[in-house]
Design a protein. Structure first.
Length: 218
């Protein structure tokens, strides 16, 4: 049945895309987790919150470093706002700008990690329906063939019905692994987002301890 073959080809493409996304995201998250661990260890060993930023260090692919860099860049701008050298204190209003910069960076990193998951969601929800469509289409074709033959015995119907059911099986073979992969990735993304939020709060706390002006009203 040409229609069933076309649907199976589409499902194969879905499967290739889904497995590619799951593999690439697994590698990306593993690398990000490792870099986060290294950076967090280095960050906690510094005497000053801006020490790593002042050294001009770059760590590509590390979400925690991206959040840190965004906050330090905004704080550094506020410290140099009046011109000349770096000040030793900032106002509460300036610190609020730093907090918003960190919140934006956390959101950006979360969106970056989530990129591509929409294709997995489409595979999970769409593949079974494509398979079902192929099955219904195939069964209709099988009944049409039986009607044209004028013979409704099992031997005449079985090949057409069995061929039609293959598309349902193909749809499930695409959807089931995609569902497990999607749920695993979403769980890990939530963990990453919580870690980014916690780090941002810790970073703000250290910045306030070092640079927030004491005489500002609460």
């Amino acid at each position: 049945m040409p229609e069933g073959k076309a649907i199976i080809v589409v499902l194969i493409i879905f499967s290739i895309v889904a497995w590619s996304i799951m593999a690439s995201k697994a590698v990306e998250m593993r690398r990000a987790r490792k870099l986060n661990l290294y950076f967090e260890t280095e960050f906690r060993a510094q005497a000053s919150v801006l020490a790593i930023h002042d050294r001009g260090v770059q760590v590509d692919g590390c979400p925690l470093f991206s959040v840190y860099q965004a906050g330090c860049r905004e704080l550094d701008t506020r410290l140099k706002a009046a011109g000349g050298g770096r000040k030793t204190e900032v106002s509460l209003k300036s610190m609020e700008h730093v907090k918003r910069a960190l919140e934006r960076s956390v959101a950006q990193q979360a969106l970056k990690l989530e990129s591509g998951l929409i294709m997995l969601a489409i595979a999970v929800s769409g593949a079974p329906f494509l398979g079902l469509l192929g099955t219904v289409w195939g069964v209709m074709g099988a009944f049409s063939y039986v009607a044209s033959r004028g013979n409704a015995d099992l031997q005449t119907m079985a090949p057409g019905v069995a061929g039609a059911l293959i598309t349902t099986v193909a749809g499930l073979l695409v959807a089931i692994p995609s569902m497990f992969g999607y749920n695993w990735l979403v769980h890990n993304l939530r963990v990453f987002t919580v870690e980014l939020d916690n780090f941002a709060q810790e970073l703000v706390s250290k910045m306030e301890t070092e640079y927030l002006r004491d005489d500002e009203p609460g």
